[in-house]
Ligand binder design. Sequence first.
Ligand code: 4AD
Ligand code: MG
Length: 445
Amino acid sequence: MAKVIQIKDIAAYEGQEVTLRGWVYNKTGKGRLQFVLLRDGSGQAQCVAFKKEMDPVQFEAVRALTQESSLSVSGTVRADERAPGIPGGFELGISKLEVLQAAQKYPITPKEHGAEFLMNHRHLWVRSNRQWAILRIRATIIKAMRDWLDDQGFLLVDTPIITPAAGEETTTLFEVDYFGEKAFLAQTGQLYNEANIMAFGKVYCFGPTFRAEKSKTRRHLIEFWMLEPEIAFCSLEELMDIQEGLVSYVVAQTLEKHARELAIIERDRQKLEAISPPFARISYDDAVAKLQELGARLDDPAAKAELAIEWGEDFGSPHETALAELFDKPVFVYHYPTKVKAFYMTPLADRPEVCRSVDLLAPEGYGEIIGGSERIHDEELLTANIDEMGLGREAYQWYLDLRKFGSVPHAGFGIGIERTVAWICGLSHVRETIPYARLLNRKYP
Ligand code: 4AD
Ligand code: MG
């Protein structure tokens, strides 16, 4: 058998005899000439079988190939600019082939399928070009986030998935039976990050996050992945600088490494090329005033009603979309009303109805991709909030300890991987941004 290579490296083997191993993505051709589009996970290459040049039994085997059959194929690499594939431009003249398994009739065909059908076949759908491109971009986005933080002196410190108490609000807790005791799946690693910064200064955790949220929107998953940096001695303004740097780097890395994948999913690169620091920063007060102004200019009563907002209310997706539309980059909205945010966020000293929080809204209607804040570092105030929310002090003793032993001002944020991928890839729903989505109505496959 000739040297086994990955299709992504095919250009380096022009004129040489090689072996490719993979699956049949497509097969065309008639009579004496057969074209097999083979994918191997790294790319796709056209493999050509010419009857005259092959053993008749082997040629028949090529003709009989079905979509997604697995095989090993050997032959000579030729340059041909017409050859389709990823990267394309090179093809394999087949001399020998071995079918590992002849696939049964494959359920996903080039015709259009509905979203539910495709989600039911997600274990097969991940093989298709678009999904391949999206999930490769996802991996780069995660790597870029981690690389950037590592380079800035952050330490990855893992936080637990099974937790004794709520990290955010109690309404979205996923309960698990912990040997007869109640425990919950992590809603966030933040509280543990707050302990870890006192040991390491700047940390982040990255892991699965669970929210038993009965939301069926295109932005909500039940299980999603979140990356959460936390920084000792950090202000809200410094926190925004970090977010800006991180997000811009992630977008730049995607543009640099994924020209091919972005082309497959037909993403408008120009929209992404605009993303660089600084991002606009507007206060919640100003954001509400802007929304009211926009609403007043609308004629359609339904649209007007959707955009209506009073000071003190949280934003819904129409508000986030309308605000983000005013900018061609992500925009920070800071100082939200204390009542709509989490128990750990620092209220303003001279205006306690407002807190030192910041959300980053992505452009093009993708809404909030980051939530963050300064954390309360005063023991008394934090205890009062925990009591007021009825969270129960016992489970938070360790968290309150952090305010007893060298408490410092600190801040952090969480960036949702799937919403970030949806925005960067320009996808209409988060279900395609994660290999196996957990949605309100879906835990299969
Ligand atoms: O705003 P959230 O709830 O913030 C926290 O959990 C903080 N503890 C983070 C921190 O300060 N360390 O969530 C942060 C981000 C959101 O902006 C969003 O991108 C994502 O996590 N997110 C979800 N993504 C998909 N489905 C859901 N149900 C999500 N909920 C939050
Ligand atoms: Mg949030």
